[in-house]
Design a protein around this ligand. Structure first.
Ligand code: HEC
Ligand code: HEC
Length: 414
């Protein structure tokens, strides 16, 4: 159900409730009035003229002198007090209204987030890790006819920066439809999954609450570069295995001396957060389940059917090798712009590209989390940060402009 349909249904239900309540109240009023008439008719005094002596307005009342002093003063004082109370209370109430509304939105957001957290622990944390810090998922790789090839372990990316890279609608798209040919199943009703639109919204609110701070993101990327470099160093110097100090010294030196292209490669294959920051998980088939390792694993009977990885050779995302990106982007500047803002569903990019299927190429240079989201709540502007002085600014993206330039240099060399 779309939010609009949902609100229409709510209005219908509300209208019906109002009508029923009204009918019940009208019935009670009519019955009570009939009862009152019957009571008067049955128990009313019959003797004509008796009301003259019994009527309340016939008893002697206060003297004029008293009426015009004490009684009048009392009435006026009560009136004045009432006006004073109304005159003060109404503006005070009105002043508090925005706060009440904000409080209500905060309360609902907190409720949505806590429901989303429960749901996440139940349905998602098995693969993405508790707190969505990244994990692994068991998966069976098959050939195109569905024949068994290998049981593998697939990296399930950390989701603690997912709203930097994707808008909320794009995240909803992934949740609704899953990722084809990967362990990520379709969760939302539109993709045939078990979760309602509201449950998906709750998950998105929960994810927005656990996004890292920009400083934490930078630290993670840097640590990931180190892990990337470590893999390169160990592969090039197998004899260093076990000598941690020597490896770290080599790693530091490698990063120091890295060319722009080499730094780009380290970023392209950044393994931290189960590949959340990497490009290889979408653009290099097999990277997410270490196909090179599986291909030489004697325990896997059909490992000979597994081809070795081609960096940037294409997977869920397109093939970037053979000069593909040079043809797509006439120069590095518009290439870098694309990596920075990613693809949007249906929107053209480069010379002949068009964002497809919910805009799956993430934004790496800007934070796009709160764009394109129409519902949930207005305080839910994830990419806006307010500092101590109340100045609102945009969060930066997960990669710096220099890091994006490095990835671009690497891709243009493929
Ligand atoms: C069976 C394991 C598994 C479960 C359960 C699972 N996921 Fe995933 N999910 C994955 C994998 C693996 C990927 C990465 C797919 C790929 O490599 O293309 C992924 C990708 C995603 C992405 C895209 C992230 C990105 O940066 O590309 C989101 C968002 C996501 N999952 C959210 C969820 C949520 C929310 C749930 C719970 C409702 C969930 N997942 C449950 C395995 C799982
Ligand atoms: C979640 C998967 C995913 C990740 C991660 C990802 N991409 Fe993509 N990428 C795509 C998809 C899908 C497309 C195709 C456009 C679309 O529909 O979104 C694409 C398109 C591209 C293109 C345009 C290719 C062409 O010829 O049209 C380039 C260049 C690119 N990505 C570079 C990168 C770089 C650099 C990174 C890492 C910093 C990266 N991608 C990370 C999924 C991904």
């Amino acid at each position: 159900m779309s939010p609009l349909e949902a609100s229409n249904t709510t209005m219908l239900v509300a209208a019906n409730t109002f009508r029923t309540t009204g009918l019940v109240m009208a019935t009670i009023a009519v019955v009570a009035y009939l009862g009152y008439l019957a009571y008067n008719y049955i128990w009313g005094r019959g003797d004509i003229g008796s009301e003259l002596e019994l009527a309340a307005n016939k008893k002697p009342y206060l003297e004029d002198a008293e009426l015009e002093t004490k009684k009048l003063d009392l009435s006026l004082t009560v009136g004045l007090a009432t006006i004073a109370v109304i005159g003060l209370a109404l503006p005070l109430y009105w002043l508090g209204e925005p706060g009440r509304q904000e409080g209500y939105i905060e309360l609902t957001t907190a409720q949505l987030a806590s429901r989303g957290e429960h749901l996440f622990e139940e349905s998602c944390s098995g693969c993405h890790g508790l707190g969505a810090v990244g994990g692994t998922a068991p998966y069976t790789v098959t050939d195109s006819e569905g024949g068994f090839i290998a049981n593998v372990t697939w990296r399930a990316p950390a989701l603690t920066t997912v709203l930097y890279r994707f808008s909320e609608d794009e995240v909803r798209y992934v949740l609704n439809f899953g990722r084809q040919n990967s362990p990520m199943p379709a969760w939302g009703a539109p993709g045939g999954g078990p979760l309602t639109t509201q449950a998906v919204d709750e998950l998105v609110v929960y994810l927005s609450e656990i996004q890292l701070d920009p400083a934490e993101v930078t630290a993670e990327v840097d640590e990931g570069i180190e892990q990337s470099a470590r893999a390169v160093v160990v592969a090039a110097n197998p004899d260093l295995q076990g000598d941690e100090a020597a490896i770290m010294a080599e790693v530091e030196q490698y990063i120091e001396a890295a060319t722009e292209e080499q730094l780009g490669e380290l970023l392209f294959t950044n393994p931290i957060g189960s590949g959340a920051y990497s490009c290889a998980r979408c653009h290099t088939a097999g990277w997410s389940w270490d196909s090179n390792g599986v291909a030489v694993d004697p325990e896997q009977p059909f490992s000979s059917l597994i081809s070795l990885q081609v960096s940037g050779g294409g997977g869920f995302g397109p093939n970037l090798t053979g000069g593909a990106t040079v043809r797509q982007f006439p120069n590095s500047v518009n290439h870098a712009d694309f990596i920075s803002i990613g693809a949007q569903d249906g929107v053209a990019y480069g010379s002949f590209g068009q964002g497809d299927g919910g805009g799956q190429m993430p934004a790496f240079g800007v934070c796009v989390g709160d764009r394109g989201s129409s519902d949930i709540s207005p305080v839910f502007g994830f990419c806006e940060v307010t500092d101590a002085d109340g100045v609102v600014s945009e969060r930066p993206g997960v990669l710096t402009p220099e890091q994006i330039d490095a990835v671009v240099a690497y891709e243009r060399s493929l």
